[in-house]
Design a protein. Structure first.
Length: 346
């Protein structure tokens, strides 16, 4: 039986087979041959019978290099991630032509009140839902280059609910970002449409804008602070645009200060005097007068102009016609009003 099986395999592979130690060994001249034996479930052949087989064609495969273009997925920032940093930006331009009421005083006689306190107001326009937005007019935003008024800011204070509607109405402040004061204004509250996710993109707008207002009350602003820039929709700026912030070039004043050092000599009452030059350096302030060449020569001083330097990046999260609200990202130094804003050149 084994000899018949060996002869059958020899016919199939056209190769002499040897039976050694119960193992079948063969010397193949073909690299790869695929054999289909019929029936598949049986490998035993009747004596003196020829195997029924089919020789399939050999397919030679080679390694290939495939180039797959990977398109980077855009990153989007959900509105709830921005909300703690940006607040509710308002401009008086949005309230143009809308009637508004005026806060008079707290029910307990307070001139300033917060959340859940009741207060009186007058001249209230009708509100379909009985809610009112309380706000306070802010400062004018001026273009540093032309002096033109770009916009007037408005501070969102909170939301008030109407309790009694008379000539002098009574309201309760049910939501508060800031305390309300006498003279603050109220307008009908309208639910804002759902904010869209912010998709950061490098702006290619040709702008030369400035930081015109910052949230920092003292000094400059750091990372994740809100600023207003003097460019908007009319300049090609839109929400999601990333722009670079540059600190303006400054002047460095170098001086040589002569200090006299008195050292005691070897003999009493005969001190030895030595003069020592101590170099000094100071950055001139923005409003500081630049010394004249004569003053510099007389004081052995030197004035060096320092170049403009990139200090950080910002992302626009709401754009108006002439101004935009933006959030500072990573910054290398504090950002001040007057710093320049431009599209990235890289």
């Amino acid at each position: 039986m084994i000899s018949n099986f060996t002869r059958s395999l020899s016919v199939v592979f056209d190769t002499p087979l040897l039976i050694t130690g119960g193992c079948v060994r063969r010397c193949l001249r073909v690299i790869l041959t695929l054999i289909l034996v019929s029936p598949i479930t049986s490998v035993a052949f009747a004596e003196d019978s020829q195997p029924n087989y089919v020789v399939l064609p050999v397919e030679v495969r080679e390694a290939e290099v495939r180039v797959v273009e990977q398109v980077p997925q855009s990153i989007s920032i959900p509105p709830h991630a921005l909300a703690p940093f940006v607040g509710r930006p308002l401009l008086m331009d949005e309230m143009s032509g809308i009637p508004y009421g005026r806060a008079l005083i707290g029910v307990g006689g307070q001139s300033m009140w917060g959340q859940f306190n009741q207060f009186l107001a007058t001249d209230l326009p009708a509100s379909a839902n009985g809610l009112y937005t309380t706000f306070r007019p802010g400062k004018e935003i001026l273009d540093p280059a032309s002096g033109q008024t770009l916009a007037i800011t408005a501070a969102f204070l909170g939301i008030a609910r109407l309790d009694q509607n008379n000539d002098v109405a009574k309201l309760t402040l049910i939501e508060s970002d800031q305390e309300v004061m006498v003279g603050d204004r109220l307008m009908p509250f309208h639910e804002a449409p759902p904010a869209l996710a912010l998709t950061p993109v490098r702006s290619n707008a040709d702008i030369n804008a400035y930081v015109v207002q910052s949230s920092g009350s003292v000094g400059g602003s750091g990372s994740y602070s809100m600023v207003i820039i003097s460019a908007g929709l009319k300049d090609g700026i839109d929400a999601g645009d990333i722009l670079d912030v540059f600190s303006p070039g400054r002047q460095l004043l170098l001086t040589d200060q002569v200090s006299t050092i008195i050292r005691k000599g070897s003999e009493p009452c005969q001190p030895r005097r030595e003069s020592l030059k101590m170099p000094g350096a100071r950055l001139l302030g923005c409003k500081e007068r630049t010394p004249s060449s004569r003053e510099l020569t007389g004081r052995s001083s030197e004035l060096i102009d320092l170049p403009e330097e990139k200090s950080g990046e910002l992302i626009v999260y709401r754009a108006f016609d002439q101004v935009s609200f933006a959030l500072l990202l990573e910054v290398d130094r504090e950002i001040y009003v007057g710093d320049r804003v431009r599209a990235s050149r890289s």
